[in-house]
Design a protein around this ligand. Structure first.
Ligand SMILES: *Cc1c(COP(=O)(O)O)cnc(C)c1O
Length: 373
């Protein structure tokens, strides 16, 4: 048996359940919530998160790549699984084998889907991707009508949805969300009625800040995992969310150090006075970003201990000079709660000029995960 790691990601099932129910409460009755579980569920485990939500009746899941959708289906997840990034021509058949929903933005992929659909003697539903202001993937609003009509001409293709994405819905004061919503809705309103399709654009930020952009479905990612996309600047509209991930390790060694000694590569920290330093088995390889060198802090015995010196590949050092009785084997919390204190992904993100999304992916996808309650 391979021995276990010192480091553990813990995922709270009940937090994810709570967040899903909270999102449902924030949208109108009967507006379905698509759970975005790409990037291995933002580090929380794609299949595990989908299973937790399936048990609550969620039957729409969104991933980026076809590969992820296949894994979900093979794991036994039922319902609609949306592939939002497109796909290679030679993989088209997988949509039929695994009964997946493609998001399309070029006629080449529609043609490939149509040929396979005819071959399989069945129809396939597609959703059309629109770029209504994100400046990313999708058709521009003035291309939507001709593209949709061309798509609908292909044999066995059914246009069942229109989707777009918001660039700034985390900012409740930005006019861009209302403008983008209007541009999106106007580009597909008539077509949606003509083809009996739905439209969807709202992400977590829109669910929390712009309830009138819900359309026929919302797509929630970060809020499911317990974070407001506005991060440390969140205005409190999401206080009810519960972060689902925590990250803990154990102290490897505690040593006395005299004033004036250098710590870690490059000696970027020199002890100012006699102190105690705890060595932790966590480094950038575990997703604990090197940019946290001399910036991060961890919790030991319920108190904050600052990171000293550079974070190495598999280790980092923290100052425990002010914490009594720290011993090898003591629990260390790098993300989450210990005693009365807490470190959130927003705290870590703030220290390295990033966002909770990236912190969660980095930690969750580079450590062994354990599921609790
Ligand atoms: C990731 C993603 C979302 C979810 O965004 P959050 O900000 O995490 O809620 C919604 N739609 C698409 C297309 C996405 O890729």
């Amino acid at each position: 048996m391979i021995s276990r790691s010192f480091n553990t990601i813990e995922i709270s099932r009940s937090a994810i359940e709570h967040n899903y129910k909270y999102i449902q409460k924030r949208v109108s009755d009967n507006t379905p919530v698509m759970a975005m579980v790409k990037a291995d569920g933002y580090g929380h485990g794609m299949v595990e998160v989908a299973e937790i939500l399936s048990n609550l009746g969620c039957d729409r899941f969104g991933v980026a790549e076809l590969r992820e959708a296949v894994l979900l289906r093979r794991a036994g997840i039922t319902g609609d699984i949306f592939v939002t990034l497109g796909f290679a021509a030679d993989e088209t058949e997988l949509f039929f084998r695994y009964d997946l929903v493609p998001v399309v933005y070029n006629l080449e992929s529609v043609r490939n889907l149509s040929q396979q659909a005819v071959r399989h003697g069945r129809d396939i539903a597609v959703h059309i991707k629109i770029d209504s202001g994100m400046g990313r993937l999708g058709l521009l609003p003035d291309e939507v009508k001709s593209f949709t009509e061309a798509t609908a001409q292909f044999k066995n293709i059914r246009v069942k949805g229109f989707m777009s994405h918001f660039p700034e819905s985390d900012d409740s004061r930005s006019p861009s969300t209302r403008n983008g919503h209007k541009r999106f809705y106007e580009s597909c309103r008539d077509l949606k009625n003509k083809y009996g399709a739905i439209c969807h654009i709202a992400n977590s930020g829109a669910v929390l800040n712009f309830p009138d952009t819900q359309c026929d479905m919302v797509r929630a990612g970060i809020a499911l995992y317990g974070y407001d996309p506005a991060g440390a600047t969140a205005d409190g509209s999401s206080v009810a969310l519960q972060p689902a991930m925590s990250f803990t390790t154990k102290v490897l060694q505690v040593k006395k150090m005299s004033a004036g000694e250098g710590i870690s590569y490059g000696h970027t920290y020199i002890t100012e006075k006699d102190t105690k330093i705890a060595v932790l088995p966590v480094g950038y390889e575990d997703g604990y970003r090197r940019a946290l060198s001399n910036r991060g802090r961890v919790l030991i015995r319920g108190q904050f201990a600052p990171v000293r010196g550079r974070i190495c590949m598999n280790m980092c050092m923290v100052d425990v000079g002010c914490i009594k009785d720290v011993k090898p084997g003591d629990e260390v919390v790098l993300l989450g709660r210990q005693g009365d204190e807490v470190i959130t992904a927003d705290d870590l993100a703030y220290q390295v000029n990033s966002i909770s999304y990236e912190i969660l992916c980095n930690l969750g996808n580079n450590n062994k995960r354990k599921y609790i309650g």
